[in-house]
Design a binder for this molecule. Structure first.
Ligand code: ZN
Length: 409
């Protein structure tokens, strides 16, 4: 078996940043094909069937069940190949170190230190081997740790043909970080009864609840006129924008909420007297409260239109994704199966509500129920990103219990 840290580093060194500003999707960047081609070849070498790399940069493969396991559910395992582009990903200078507690000097020369006081999650990995960067790039453990763990599992089964397992569908996807990873996912060809994304978080985490999410575009039409003769004529679109925002509950914003509290988030504001544009995102785990947030935006716009004239404020509200718990609750055994696997790997499962969405939330509503599992990665999307090697090994065990024979009750 290749050591998991070596496998991970091989993948991490391949640049695969996706790009929100690219006019294309799936993939938004050609570099993602570099990893996709490598994975395609490795999956063939590991004896998977029906391995294919699509022109949209999805890699699929299938491992048939071992004799006697054919009637078990067919389980899907999914990880994304792309990384964020908001922090540099290269040149990657990653190193493995034994973490014994305290601060970690990432870069002596530049004085970059990961402080225990700031990153409390370090306390959970005392005694672990961890992989860090030199503090100038992200690590890309989100989600190459997930990719490496799934590939390690496949290698394990290849080297232990006596070990029984169910049928396993594997997919590696592009463009997750820009919200498009599920766009062209071929659920029918994938053929799994249900699946798990292996994407981020501590090794004992299972995520089966996400936000409901909508985006709102607000267009405000004002009336511009020379300020010297503006009396009773001018309508300043910027002032209307400020008024609109002031009418929303001021504590229900990302910077004042946590856990299952939802929010209105003003993420862009631009314009002038004549015309202004605002962009909001609305988030809530609870469906009724989510609908109430959208209704509140409509009511606020209607109020302002009453005051300033019809057509002053126009809203476009678009739902982005929904809380996957709505569907997963109907099939509780899917998450339960993961919790058992985590326990059998010697950990206590922790269920976290995600304050975001996952590819799994989209896939769940496309007919493939899909909770998310941790990878052992921490501090993703930044230069302090690191991954615990000990936890990566644990996750491979979790995946093995997940796809192996079920425990007798
Ligand atoms: Zn991720």
């Amino acid at each position: 078996m290749e050591k998991i840290e070596e496998r991970f580093l091989r993948y991490a060194r391949i640049l695969t940043a996706s790009d929100e500003d690219s006019p294309r999707r799936c993939p938004s960047t050609d570099c993602q094909f570099d990893l996709a081609r490598l994975l395609e070849a490795e999956m063939r070498d590991l004896g998977l069937r029906n391995v294919r790399l699509t022109e949209d940069c999805y890699v699929y493969g299938f491992l048939p069940a071992t004799p006697g396991m054919e009637r078990e559910d067919r389980i899907g395992l999914i990880a994304h190949m792309d990384t964020v582009n908001c922090v540099p990903a290269a040149p990657l200078k990653a190193r493995v170190l034994k973490y014994t507690g305290g601060d970690v000097v990432l870069n002596e020369e530049k004085g970059i230190v990961m402080r225990e006081a700031q990153f409390e999650n370090l306390r959970g990995v005392v005694g672990h081997e961890i992989i860090v960067t030199d503090g100038t790039t992200c690590l890309g453990a989100d989600d190459k740790a997930g990719v490496a763990e799934i590939m390690s599992l496949l290698e394990y089964y290849r080297e232990h043909p006596e070990e029984p397992h169910c049928a396993i569908s594997v997919a590696f996807t592009p463009d997750e970080e820009i919200g498009s990873g599920a766009d062209r996912f071929d659920v029918a060809a994938f053929g799994a009864d249900y699946a798990y994304t292996v994407d981020g978080g501590e090794a004992n985490e299972i995520e089966e609840e996400t936000f409901n999410a909508a985006g709102v575009r607000v267009i405000i039409r004002g009336l511009s006129i020379h300020p010297g003769s503006a009396k009773d004529k001018m309508l300043n679109a910027l002032k209307v924008a400020m008024e609109l925002d002031a009418m929303l509950p001021c504590a229900e914003v990302p910077e004042h909420t946590m856990g299952r509290e939802g929010f209105y988030h003003l993420c862009a504001l631009s314009g002038g007297v004549d015309r202004a544009e605002m962009r909001y995102i609305l988030r809530d785990h609870d469906t009724d409260r989510f609908e109430a947030r959208k209704a509140r935006m409509e009511k606020t716009a209607a109020f302002l239109n009453d005051r300033y004239g019809e057509g002053t404020v126009c809203l476009e509200i678009r739902d982005s994704y929904y809380n996957m718990a709505l569907r997963l609750r109907e099939k509780p055994w899917i998450a339960e199966r993961a919790r058992r696997a985590i326990r059998r790997a010697g950990m206590e499962p922790v269920t976290q509500p995600v304050r975001g969405g996952t590819d799994g939330s989209r896939l769940t509503f496309m007919g493939l129920p899909c909770p998310n599992l941790g990878t052992g990665g921490r501090n993703c999307h930044g230069v302090y990103e690191y991954v615990s090697v000990d936890e990566m090994r644990r996750v491979v065990e979790v995946l093995r219990f997940l796809t192996g024979p079920r425990e007798a009750d």
